[in-house]
Design a protein around this ligand. Structure first.
Ligand SMILES: Cc1cc2nc3c(=O)[nH]c(=O)nc-3n(C[C@H](O)[C@H](O)[C@H](O)COP(=O)(O)OP(=O)(O)OC[C@H]3O[C@@H](n4cnc5c(N)ncnc54)[C@H](O)[C@@H]3O)c2cc1C
Length: 480
């Protein structure tokens, strides 16, 4: 770190990258009243379907951010996978068809929703909070000192911020500029061609999945859209090299495996070749610079966790950064972000590898086995941080508390417990940092973090422990 004189910041937090991770983080911070700017190098907002699944935990976070209804209105729940072998429909599988909403987990299903729409919903929310994404703003460098970070953009502009968060994707600059490694592997051989196409004539009630010995093609519908996401084994030349996707190659692959006469794939809006990359950074924080989303970890799309893991990183980091930026918590709180999310990233890499293996095995043995892609684990409702230094006590400390907070704002801790003088005293002491919920049926005091994880469960007679822990988050009076 180089020492510089203190320059007044242009913003408290500079977020680099306006994908799902950056936008979620920006919403949490802006809602908390923290000054935030979001820069993105893209010249315009994309219209690509990319990561098309918002999982159950992602939906809870959207509910908290007050965009749950918008996402639900644009998504498909319990999508039916229609599987074909040799062009003949062999089975239907309803995703999470055996699950029903419960008080603990109100979303039984994830949502199929194109990523461009997910981002648009978050951008609209952010605009409502007074923040617009700054396009054509590519970060090319930064310097950090003990007081903040000075970022340099490609056009020479400089932005001074107290904190910088790299949400700039797997190929982003922030991780590289920090000199962090991105250990792992890239599968050179196996890949998939993907794209967004019209497929007029296909029944949009199904995610069609055609498989044969020598390849296959899947077409996934979206609500209120004529476009489908196409995923297929690529065409290769005589040497086995992958041929680039094109409207013509999409049609050839479709005709070969789907064998549905009369359906033309048209209006190809996006094409890409997807290669599996399984890598993660070994640190998520270096001083005043943090990483979230694909910038910190990338993995196979089996399980549909790419976008969701980034959203969940941002939700974990958001409240911590908000408390620190507002001077209500000391900086060490930020270390708990890496402490909690780095092991989850490692677990996600393993889980998605395992899901990919299960799908490959299912396809090899039965011709189709894509339903193996999602499991109770891929809902990420069970992701917990029992090892965390913020798991302060009680059998469920670190675990998700369950239930959803409907767009209540925040961030704040929620203290639930039986009515009594302890509860009232604590409510008065912490003001807006702690919201008290009297629950006559409760026997314990339950302190729930702003990101819905249990911090502490104690008997009312141990209310002092709640105060001790919350006081422990505070900056010391000297400001150190
Ligand atoms: C082509 C493609 C296809 C994909 N397909 C799937 C799929 O089918 N299923 C799935 O689950 N996931 C898929 N993914 C992955 C999924 O999209 C990601 O996991 C998700 O987008 C990660 O979100 P993020 O916010 O971390 O990063 P991103 O969405 O990658 O956003 C990063 C943002 O940072 C910006 N940026 C980068 N560098 C800079 C810089 N130096 N300065 C300023 N801005 C910068 C970029 O323009 C971009 O907007 C795909 C990704 C891509 C790129």
């Amino acid at each position: 770190m180089t020492r510089t004189t203190t320059v007044p910041p242009d913003t408290a937090v500079l977020i680099v990258g306006a994908g799902p991770a950056g936008l979620t983080l920006a919403c949490v911070l802006a809602r908390a009243g923290v000054a935030v700017r979001v820069v993105d190098k893209a010249p315009e907002f994309h219209r690509e379907s990319r990561g098309k699944g918002l999982n159950q935990r992602g939906r809870e976070i959207f509910e908290d951010l007050d965009v749950g209804d918008a996402a639900t209105a644009s998504g498909i729940e319990h999508i039916t996978l229609r599987k074909y072998r040799g062009g003949v429909a062999v089975s239907d599988h309803v995703s999470f068809g055996d699950k029903a909403p419960t008080a603990d987990a109100p979303y039984a299903s994830g949502l199929i929703i194109p990523q461009w729409r997910t981002e648009e919903i978050l951008r609209d929310r952010l605009a409502g909070l007074g923040v617009e994404v700054e396009l054509r703003s590519e970060l090319t460098g930064f310097d950090q000192d003990e007081h903040g970070v000075t970022a340099t953009l490609a056009d020479g502009r400089r932005i001074r911020a107290d904190w910088l968060v790299g949400c700039d994707g797997g190929r982003g600059s922030v991780r590289k500029l920090l000199g962090l490694s991105f250990e792992g592997a890239t599968e050179a051989e196996e890949c998939m061609v993907i794209g967004d196409v019209r497929a007029d004539g296909l029944d949009p009630a199904y995610w069609h999945q055609w498989f044969d010995e020598d390849g296959g093609i899947m077409l996934c519908p979206f609500r209120g859209s004529d476009h489908w996401q196409l995923q297929a084994a690529p065409e290769r030349d005589a040497d086995g090299a992958v041929l680039p996707p094109s409207p013509e190659s999409f049609q050839r692959i479709f005709d070969r495996h789907a064998r549905v006469p009369g359906v033309r794939l048209t209006d190809v809006r996006w094409t890409s070749v997807y290669r599996i990359n399984v890598r993660m950074a070994d640190r998520f924080r270096v001083g005043r610079v943090l990483l979230a989303g694909d910038a910190a970890h990338v993995h196979s799309i089996a399980g549909g966790l790419g976008m969701n893991t980034g959203i969940q990183d941002a939700f974990n980091l958001g409240w911590k950064l908000a408390f620190v930026a507002r001077g209500e918590a000391a900086e060490p709180l930020l270390d708990t972000y890496e402490e909690e999310r780095l092991p989850v990233a490692a677990w996600t890499l393993r889980l998605t590898d395992e899901r990919l293996g299960a799908v490959r095995e299912g396809v090899r043995r039965a011709g189709v086995g894509t339903e193996a892609v999602v499991t109770d684990d891929t809902t990420t409702l069970r992701v917990a941080y029992p090892w965390s230094s913020l798991a302060w006590g009680g059998a469920d400390a670190g675990h998700r508390a369950g239930g959803v907070r409907r767009g209540e704002g925040g961030p704040w801790f929620t203290l639930r417990g039986p009515a009594g003088p302890e509860l009232r005293r604590l409510a008065g002491k912490y003001g807006p940092l702690v919201r008290v919920q009297e629950d006559p049926a409760a026997r314990d005091l339950l302190l729930v973090r702003p990101d819905h994880h249990v911090a502490l469960r104690v008997a009312p007679s141990d209310a002092g422990e709640v105060a001790k822990r919350l006081d422990g988050l505070r900056p010391s009076p000297s400001g150190v």
